[in-house]
Structures are given as structure tokens and as C-alpha cells.
Design a protein around this ligand. Sequence first.
Ligand code: ZN
Length: 71
Amino acid sequence: MARTKKVGAAGRYGSRYGRSIRKKVLKVEIEKNKKVACPHCLNEKLHRVASGVWLCKKCGLKVAGKAYKPK
Ligand SMILES: [Zn+2]
């Protein structure tokens, strides 16, 4: 994956979409991939399965959250 100094992992979009929107995407993606503890078993295993749906890989708990972050 192409990473750049300015926009990190969003560098995969190359020069497309413009710089400021790529920076916004990067912010959201960092938030999305952050490790968050499961409210049930407290392991940091919460993964986004769909917009607003988060699944704990440890205990299988499915929780509703925000679209790009669990809480
Ligand atoms: Zn859990």
C-alpha cells in the first residue's frame, strides 16, 4: 500500500480527490482501525463489520455504534 508523508495510508489514492479530502479520509480511517475494548469481555477485539455494526472477535458480541467508530 502506498504511504506518503503527508496523507499516510490515504496515499493509495494517488493524486485523486484532492489533498484536503484525503486528509479527512485518513483521520476517519485511523479512528476506524483504533483498538477499542469490547464492552462485554474488555478485550481489544472490536472490529467493524458494517457501517455502525461492530463485532467482538473474542466473545462474538455484536454491538451498534457509530459508522466509523464503535462509540
Ligand atoms: Zn468481547
